[in-house]
Design a protein around this ligand. Structure first.
Ligand SMILES: [Zn+2]
Length: 195
């Protein structure tokens, strides 16, 4: 299922933001996950030009991608809060960042000696996609707009974005309207309880 909101600011330029925003909680605590199955994860990669049409992800690859999403979300959150990231999440990102998709691992068998087995082609594709995503994340987090990375303030939405101006607090018009309505409601409640 596709997230029924327009892309958050910065998402179309940054595959790392597209990945972290592929899961979102909508009002009513209803969660939409675009990577909820190997088929959906495949469609997501193809849609973001991270894998060619006709790719078929395995469950293992889907899990790799959702794990990376969790690591990226964690590191982005700590960046926004200005606290140290979880070392395990940083490791996860670095593993994806430094994976060389074309390298066939070296193996040994007593009868055959040393030999190399090429990775499954789909695994290679996913490794390549994850290297692209983490390269983007690493340069975004250390680049000139790193201080503008933010999370939507209109709960329950928690999408990540790059602020287009310093006071922007929400990822979409819809979230902004909800936030304003919530504030107006809170003010009304305040008044009636005070009076
Ligand atoms: Zn939002």
């Amino acid at each position: 299922m596709k997230v029924p909101l327009p892309p958050a600011p910065g998402t179309s330029k940054h595959p790392c933001l597209a990945l972290v925003n592929s899961i979102v909680t909508l009002p009513g605590e209803h969660q939409v996950d675009e990577l909820s199955s190997p088929e959906n994860a495949t469609a997501w990669l193809v849609m973001h030009h991270l894998a060619p049409e006709g790719t078929g992800l395995l469950e293992y690859c889907q899990l790799q991608l959702t794990n990376l999403r969790g690591d990226l979300r964690g590191v982005l959150e700590s960046h926004i809060e200005g606290v140290a990231p979880d070392p395990a999440s940083l490791d996860g990102i670095n593993r994806a960042l430094t994976a060389v998709p074309s390298a066939a691992p070296l193996r040994y068998q007593p009868n055959d000696g040393l030999f190399r087995v090429p990775n499954h082609p789909v695994t290679q594709l996913v490794d390549h996609a994850m290297a692209t995503i983490t390269e983007d994340a690493a340069s975004l987090l250390t680049g000139p707009v790193a201080h503008r990375i933010a999370q939507c303030a209109s709960r329950p939405c928690d999408r990540f974005m790059i602020r287009t101006h310093s006071r922007r607090q929400w990822c979409s018009e819809r979230c902004g309207a909800r936030q304003r309505a919530n504030r107006a409601y809170a003010r009304k409640q305040d008044k009636s309880s005070a009076g």
